[in-house]
Write a protein that binds this ligand. Structure first.
Ligand code: PEP
Ligand code: MG
Length: 583
């Protein structure tokens, strides 16, 4: 039994075998062979190795004439590794004496070597790690016959263990079979965290080297509240956690029940609207069941994962039409594509950037590639005829940028009219406020934008200069940093003053303790992962706007995040005691 502690990002407890993915989605099966199969297995390994040698030699030959010798020498060292007698001896030994399958033996031996190299903090050795990863992948591909895991069809419940999940992996996942996520990298607002919350699946991220220390099929206990991940638990631990799985399900049921009876308002009668954040149109039904009054953020990037880098206008339109049908007249907020940095950069063929979070992502890419943008805009304007629809532009950092996008949208309207297509001219165009420059100069947007939605995930990242996906700085990612709170308060105040709708759709809104503070800043619309809706509804119905305002005043007089966190936690615990619904 081995215990690891990571960053808890989606509550709940799960117990299931691990499905370990590498970046190409290979499953490393844990399988033993019979004694009489040993020889054939060694031959199988030899064949895969020889094929790898031939492949690498071919690549080396091919590049030698066009690029510098150093590049060819990388492949020279790959060949040396593939012929290294010690390494080969170890792999053969694992097949012979432990009766491991060839792929399992390869993954065990390579994992050990990679780990040893990683422990040496040196640039030369980190390069070697990449070499070993590459060769391991090549061998596994040869052994497994090029077959990457078909994640869309799993035959049993699993906990996905990966270094970091790529958006395209999660987009194709058979979500009914995944009961937990555990990743080496990531922080509280990383892609895995958001997805896990949306799906109501427990998740722990920032686990360091878990994906290398675990083998497929190992039993994993995952606690998304404490951040604990236990590999191959003993009987007692397993039983204890099986009880907790039950407790968590009961808590969810009780909270959903309390939320369904709660007023859609604060204790003193101020109307509060709760929307859902979704990534897939299929999530609409779950969101409505959890009490959503509409969709406040549809991260439409996932359409690109489903249909490829260039979905057609019809593929966009059909997705929005399906969502509208399920929403039955409730609001649908469609965010235009937010590519780049952590989202689909490789998938859509963007060139590598040294600082992708500060690079050509999101609206910047939309303005650079107007065809990609306008194809989606056409579908959004047409979907505007099917139900209340809003268009939301991400990552806006200046009014010029907003106006340039609006110009393109107006051009699309003229085209659609010329073509005689049915579309809505009145789809409100609003913006995410997630770049500090927009939050600071919010006044410059109030005449142009139809609404604001504050993206705290990026706003915190950019204000505090803390990468939201980097587990090494996760402790510095603080929603309650006074600078962040001032920006948020300023945006809400400006919106309210100009009678513009404003919501918060970043992860901050999904936690009861922060939501009370946002209420105190004057926020009335919240957009969160569907799983968080019942708790949010319950807590916000138990506090008065006046109480929340005085809490906000107290918080704004504080200088330290720790102090603010303690006060908010104590307030949330008073309003929604942990033992009330079980924990
Ligand atoms: C945000 O940045 O807070 C947000 C909601 O957008 P995303 O998490 O998709 O970047
Ligand atoms: Mg964002």
């Amino acid at each position: 039994m081995e215990i690891k502690i990571g960053i808890p990002v989606s509550p709940g407890v799960a117990i299931a075998p691990a499905l370990v993915l590498d970046s190409e989605s290979f499953r490393i099966p844990k399988r033993f062979i019979r004694k009489d199969e040993v020889e054939a297995e060694i031959r199988r390994f030899e064949a895969a190795r020889k094929k790898a040698v031939a492949e690498v030699a071919g690549i080396k030959e091919g590049i030698h004439s066009v690029v510098k010798d150093e590049v060819a020498s990388i492949f020279g060292s790959h060949l040396m590794i593939l012929n290294d007698p010690k390494l080969l001896g170890e792999i053969r030994e694992k097949i012979e004496s432990k009766r491991y399958t060839a792929e399992y033996a390869v993954s065990r031996v390579f994992r050990k070597v990679i780990k040893a190299f990683q422990e040496i903090q040196d640039a030369y050795f980190s390069q070697r790690v990449n070499d070993f990863y590459d060769i391991q992948k090549r061998l596994l591909r040869n052994l497994l016959g090029q077959k990457a895991e078909n994640l869309s069809k799993l035959d049993r419940k699993v906990i996905i263990v990966a270094h970091d999940l790529t958006p395209s992996q999660t987009a194709t996942l058979d979500k009914a079979m995944v009961v937990g996520f555990a990743t080496d990298a990531g922080g509280a607002t990383s892609h895995t965290a958001i997805l896990a919350n949306a799906l109501g699946i427990p998740a722990v991220v920032g686990l360091g080297t878990l994906s290398q220390d675990i083998s497929g099929g190992d039993i994993v206990v995952l606690d998304g509240k404490s951040g604990r991940v236990i590999v191959n638990p003993d009987e007692d631990t397993r039983e204890k956690y099986a009880e907790r799985v039950k407790g968590f399900v009961d808590r969810g049921r009780k909270l959903a029940d309390a939320a369904s009876k709660a007023e859609r308002a604060t204790k003193d009668g101020q109307r509060v609207t709760l929307y859902a954040n979704i990534e897939f149109d299929e999530e609409v039904e779950y969101s409505l069941n959890m009490g959503a009054e509409g969709v406040g953020l549809f991260r439409t990037e996932f359409i690109y994962a489903k249909y490829g880098a260039h979905p057609t206008e019809e593929q966009h339109f059909e997705t929005y039409a399906r969502a509208h049908k399920l929403l039955g007249g409730k609001l649908l907020t469609l965010r235009t594509m937010d590519f780049g940095a952590d989202k689909f950069a490789a998938e859509v063929g963007l060139e590598r950037e040294d600082n992708p979070f500060l690079g050509c992502r999101s609206i910047r890419l939309s303005l650079r590639e107007p065809k990609l943008f306008t194809t989606q805009v056409r579908a959004i304007l047409r979907a505007g005829k099917l139900g209340p629809t809003r268009m939301m532009l991400p990552m806006i950092s200046s009014i010029e940028e907003f106006r340039a996008a609006v110009n393109l949208i107006e051009g699309v309207k003229a085209d659609l009219a010329r073509e005689g297509l049915d579309f809505s001219r009145d789809v409100p165009v609003g913006m995410m406020v997630e770049v500090p420059s927009a939050a600071i100069a919010i006044d410059s947007f109030v005449k142009d934008a139809a609404f604001f939605s504050i993206g705290t995930n990026d706003l915190v990242q950019y204000t505090l200069a803390v990468d939201r996906n980097n587990q090494h700085v996760a402790n510095l990612f603080r929603h309650t940093h006074p600078s962040v709170l001032r920006l948020i308060r300023g945006v809400i105040a400006a919106a309210n003053q100009h009678k513009l709708p404003v919501s918060v759709c970043g992860e901050m809104a999904s936690e009861g303790r922060f939501a009370i503070l946002l209420l105190g800043f004057g926020l009335r619309d919240f957009s969160v992962g569907p799983q968080s809706l019942p708790e949010l509804r319950t807590i916000l119905s138990r506090v008065s706007a006046a109480e929340a305002e005085s809490l906000a005043a107290e918080v704004m007089a504080m200088a330290q995040s720790d102090e603010i966190d303690r006060l908010l936690e104590a307030t949330a615990e008073r309003l929604l005691p942990r033992e009330e619904f079980g924990d």
